[in-house]
Structure formats: structure tokens, C-alpha cells
Design a protein around this ligand. Sequence first.
Ligand SMILES: [Zn+2]
Length: 91
Amino acid sequence: MPNETICPLCEAERQIYTIRKRETHKIRGTDITVYATVKVCSEGHEFDTYDDGQATCVALYIMYEHLTGKNIKRFTYDQYVIQPRAIKEAG
Ligand SMILES: [Zn+2]
């Protein structure tokens, strides 16, 4: 069931769907593919909630470490400028 809530791009109430999609991000020169949880409004805009963005960051971090054996400083959503996407702030 979609939720009726505010899309940060439309800045209006829309039907919001939650989808899972494979995304590739370049982390320190290495392509890392993870499943991200993304919100999509009925107009087709994709955006993250803060929690979804954090979860994507953690998944990228774990996958990067797994693939490269390198331990990098854990990045947070605030530093998540890899692929710009609108953020819906919690609350
Ligand atoms: Zn929208």
C-alpha cells in the first residue's frame, strides 16, 4: 500500500512507493553495487528518507570492505554526495 505523504521534489502530497533497486556507486575509484531502498512518488521522482540513505551508506561500506579488504572510515548520509538524490528529512 502506498502512503500519502509529501514528496520533497514536488513539494506536495503524493502517493509514495518504496522500491528496492540495484545501484552502483563509485567509492574511492571502485564501483560498488548494492540494493538500495528508495522512495518513488507518483510523478516518478526518486528520493531517500534519511534512514534509507543511511542504510544505503552502510551497505556500500560493508560491500566495499568485502570486495577490497580495505577498511575505510564509515561515511554517513551527510557525506553521501556520491549520487545526488533528494532527501526527505525524518519527521
Ligand atoms: Zn514528486
